[in-house]
Design a protein around this ligand. Sequence first.
Ligand SMILES: [Mg+2]
Length: 419
Amino acid sequence: MTTNRRAFLTSAALSGVAATLPFSSKAFPASDPTPDYDLLDKTIRQPVFKKELFKTPVIIDTVELLRFKDTFLCRVRSKDGAEGISVGASQQLKSLYPIFVNRVSPFFIGKDARDLEALLEELYVYASNYKLQSLALWVPVATLEFAILDMMGRISGKSIGELIGDIHHKEIAVYQANSERGITPEETIRQLKEQLSLSHAKAIKFKVGGRMSHPEYPDKRSELLIPLVRKTFGDRMVISADSNGSYDVAEAIRIGKIMQEYNYDFYEEPVPFDWYEETMLVAKALKIPIAGGEQEPSLHNFRWLIANNSLKVLQPDTFYFGGMVRSMKVARMAQVTGKLCTPHITGDGFGYVYMMHFISAVPNAGAYHEFKALSKELPFQCKTSSLVSENGVVKVPSGPGLGVDIDPDYIKKHIVVKA
Ligand SMILES: [Mg+2]
């Protein structure tokens, strides 16, 4: 079968996954595809940003990073007076704002925003920025990319999702995440019941292990909790668990086999995220799909993890991975190899809104996605969505741009950040 034909069939088989399958892991091919780097490289080279929507140049005149208390906004303006704004990942920008001001924003002044995709690649080499590759570089880059996409969306009348793909999901089903460790299995169950009574989610994700190789407390919590969650919430509940890199290979496989016994949907970060070979060994030993990628800064590493079937649920974080364009390339590599994309979410600010726009344009999105509560700090108006979970589903704002307007009086409270 030719590469193109295979990619097309995979794409066709995956479309509609999020809407129709109660268990997302049932979407995977029966056997792992053999590594095909040519296919992945071709996929990476496909453009994401829809430059063709813009007939005339959109020259970037100013880029400002604005701060009020611990909230950061990015405002970009074109020479023709168009404007876009983003809400940064403020918890990270508190430490990283000099990188934004010194190493990222100057590069964009005077450039044509229609060249966004090429500019992102040039920026990586500009001022030796590649030496900073990690959240340190990618959070500032994503913050600026989101402001540019908001501006381009407002110019074209398109949502951010429409600028990076076709719209596949206007609504997103959410899973209920519980982030607590160091509490008893019974207390975790009590918390999950309380959280589900508010979100009405049809899926759950909770924490196992001690986090990044630390010992677990209370002892044996995970192996008691995994069966208890299934018994408490029943066979129809879609259940996943996240170890945040708690285990070595042998222990990761032992815990994974308990999850398999209780029909769990995916198993997230069984070993530390940068243990690539060990992740592959765990994946080969288990049937349950392995999820990961929230910490991953490198497109080339994602290419390896996908080619070698180490991850079947890809979880780039749109902030931590440097924006929508780069994250979409991961989603597309996942698509052509029969895998799913369930992006990680940066919790503060508008992280969940950016995640929703991204998912709206991902045909192979997982069936359920994380949702964190609305930020109470930011006064805003959204005309097309309540932005809350209604019976387990959140509606994606339809734009233009972000589709969310921040109160202008609140923006005025911010001051421009200098290096
Ligand atoms: Mg995680």
